[in-house]
Ligand binder design. Structure first.
Ligand code: SIN
Length: 296
């Protein structure tokens, strides 16, 4: 199948920040039959991220604030050079402004199948400010698009009043697809120690708790944009995948569930999705938007 110019065997992608950090892990993700992997977000210079604790479990989900740790673009290009997979690798990038996004896009596009712009980390002040402002989103997407020769995906934040305005801005800037959603602003407090649990205080909620928020975002975007939508948020089963596809997504990304289960969970979901497709006598594309199209 082809989603925004990315050729994938199936619509199951691994989302940014979970496993896509080394050539060895790319091989394991491919062996688990993922359609594509999105890497950890990469910046121009190495970033250590926040002090621990950076992750905490809550009811129906996980809150994280890692602080975008990554080895920087030079080291990551070397890591991409060690990769032996044929599965598409989508490199997630982030910068402080459109010039940094453009430089990253220009340097990384020869080494990947597509770029995903992180316009949505809920606890990196600069990124959230970009991702909540349609004008900035359009400028950053346009700069990255002009600097690269691979598809450019814009990953959107749910932490806005109307995600369709941001999706339309990304489309206007030339995005080949939008990805929705990144995590939802959240925090947790240790009532015995009397302080926030995460070192950064605030973080982003992922996991089953946010699936209905993600499905609604995809539904709303499907009524607004003409480019493909990649659904993200709380996907842990084949039924979740179908719900996102029915809502208007062309593909999905999984993250938290792979931590709750294991990498082979992708294979289990793919096998069950294939059985469902056979029972409906449809291919993956045939599932896209089935319910959404009934509510124009
Ligand atoms: C992190 O590294 O803290 C998470 C990144 C993100 O939510 O985009």
């Amino acid at each position: 199948m082809d989603v925004a110019g990315i050729r994938m065997d199936n619509p199951l992608m691994v989302c940014s920040g979970v496993l896509g950090i080394s050539a060895g892990l790319f091989s394991r993700i491919e062996a688990a039959h993922a359609g594509a992997v999105v890497t950890k977000s990469i910046s121009l210079v190495p970033n250590e991220g926040y002090d621990n604790p950076t992750v905490t479990g809550v009811a129906s989900g996980v809150i994280n604030a890692m602080g975008l740790p990554n080895p920087g673009v030079d080291a990551f290009i070397e890591e991409l050079g060690r990769s032996e997979v044929t599965m598409p690798i989508v490199v997630s990038i982030y910068g402080n402004d459109e010039n940094e996004f453009a430089e990253l896009a220009q340097r990384l596009s020869p080494h990947c199948s597509a770029l995903e712009l992180n316009l949505s980390c809920p606890h990196a002040g600069g990124l959230l400010a970009i991702g909540q402002d349609p004008d900035l989103v359009e400028r950053v997407v346009r700069a990255a698009k002009e600097a690269s020769n691979v598809p450019v995906l814009a990953k959107l934040t749910p932490n806005v009043a109307d995600i369709t305005k941001i999706g339309l801005a990304a489309q206007e800037g030339g995005a080949d697809a939008v990805c929705a959603i990144n995590t939802v602003k959240a925090m947790a407090i240790d009532i015995y120690q009397e302080h926030p649990i995460l070192s950064n205080i605030g973080g982003g909620l992922s996991g089953p708790a946010i699936k209905p928020i993600g499905v609604r975002a995809v539904w709303d975007l499907a009524g607004a944009v003409d480019i493909p939508i990649i659904g993200i948020g709380g996907i842990a089963s084949w039924e979740d995948v179908v719900e996102y596809l029915y809502s208007g997504a062309s593909a999905v990304q999984m993250g938290t569930a792979l931590g709750m289960y294991d990498i082979d969970h992708i294979t289990r979901i793919k096998d069950e999705l294939d059985l469902f497709c056979s029972s409906k006598e449809l291919d993956y594309e045939g599932l896209c938007g089935i319910v959404r199209k009934r509510y124009p």
